[in-house]
Design a binder for this molecule. Sequence first.
Ligand code: ATP
Ligand code: MG
Length: 592
Amino acid sequence: MTDRPATIVRDPAKLALPPNLGDWAQARQQFRWSDVRHELFGSAGGHGNIASLALDRHLAAGRGRRTALRCVAEDGTVRDVSYAELASRANRFANLLGALGVGAGTRVFMLTGRRPELYESVLGSFKAQCVVSVLFTAFGPEPLRTRLEIGEAEVLVTSASLYRRKIAPIRAALPKLKHVLLLDADSATKAASQDPVTHNYELLMTAASQEFTTLPTAAELPALLHFTSGTTGTPKGALHVHDAALMHFATGRYALDLHDQDIFWCTADPGWVTGMSYGVIAPLLHGVTLIVDAGDFEAERWYRILDEQQVSVWYTAPTALRLLMKAGRELADRFRRPSLRLIASVGEPLNAEAVWWGVDVLGQPILDNWWQTETGGIVVANTPSQPIKPGSMGRPLPGIEACVVEHEADGQIKVLQGPDVSGELALQRGWPSMFRTYLGQSERYDKCFVGELYLSGDLVRRDADGYYWFLGRSDDVIKTSGHLVGPFEIERVLMEHPAVIEAAVVGLPDPIAGESIKGFVTLRAGEDADDSLRSQLIAHARRRLGPSLAPRDIAFVESLPHTRSGKIMRRLLRSRELGLPEGDTSALEIAR
Ligand code: ATP
Ligand code: MG
């Protein structure tokens, strides 16, 4: 890796399309949220409903025949849904809710695979001014019960088979859940559910009118409830408002560089904030075509979709990229990527090797960006027109004021100035998609803010050029031999080694060092997990990091524990190593 340049500079004139973000500094200086508001609502003080912006605005502009959703079924068959069709189905769903007596503010949950009904019911719920929460279908009954309970779900859209397997066993424990709307329902299911308020989705949709007039929607009206990934503990329910659409629109423009004719694929499930903000809202706000893949990750399937569907902008995650790297170059080379113009990644640190793999194998660098459930949208990003520093998450987008802070002994916060600083990443409050509370945990919410600053809980370094580098989460920090170190600083070095695909490190109690560092790594196919490789890796880490920060031991593992949204659960590695209770594992992905 050392022979690679530290920065990738692309000539904007050579990009397939002129990037939306030209000069970064100038764009930041000129940016006003009121201008975005004006563009979307026609006045600097305007506000409105996410679904009206995502659907009705396009219909009014004569763009109703465009393809909104290109749905790829598990067997690969493709079905297109136009903006007009999606709008009329969303209207039906809004009317259906009205017919059930469900009104503004009601929590409507979805638990279904990625299929058109998921998208139409989400958008219809926005129209009816209900609060939407999408649950990940791989959750078992218990994690579902917790989330439905915390979220005070009154309506649930799900399929007959998911209902039978996952909801029927917990329904009695959810007295607030008034209506269940079943997809693929038949009379047998209805009889089996023995419940008077379990409805047949399609029958009610057919009976509902396809005309619906959305009521004026206040900027601060709650729209979305997202549960965090549960990487560091029990998932929190973050509430977002309709005004968040401004952020989704602006970041779709600047970070994802969405252009009129784009075919956009966000691989995240709408059960996670990425799959909602960018897998539903941002692309529809921009009127582009959204790929909806019903299938799960499979390297060949993904390459085929990029090829056959002519995806132009692709938003994915480091875990998936690392699995593609593991699958090897030959597979990548069997497919074309005729239209692919931009690849972005979020969710976990993207190591420099992965960015360079993008250059070598996919023909372009992968653009890492950073944000959280709490920020609701992309905040720090690499963009196509800007120099990319592989391994860095980029710089704050227009409209975002970020800084690095230090906690002082008296509980105060000090904003660190200077050309190269490390500390906690903080944001000036006021960006439109900022979460408005943690449901049922308002004290915890209040603790995230000090004055005008939101404290992210993530540790970063900001270099002399203003680029942010992820160091780790503040809860994951390791204290060893008098040093404070973020795990990613060490993992990044382990992943430089050609044998390593993925790495995680944790601190274990040590009487002398305070904590000693243990690494867990997965290896590229064909590598021997033996003592010689272990010594090589430790020697490599000692050379790059110095003896006190290098792992003292390394375990070779088949896979690392991930959350279902793809994040490494270091706390689980640590508690397993120490024989401690595992804590909340509701978000744990079954090992791949
Ligand atoms: P929980 O808050 O429940 O522990 P979580 O923080 O993983 O879970 P999310 O909101 O889904 O839940 O994830 C946001 C976090 O993911 C960020 O705070 C950061 O730690 C990590 N993250 C996101 N993008 C990046 C990135 N580009 N580089 C490094 N880390 C990232
Ligand atoms: Mg978090």
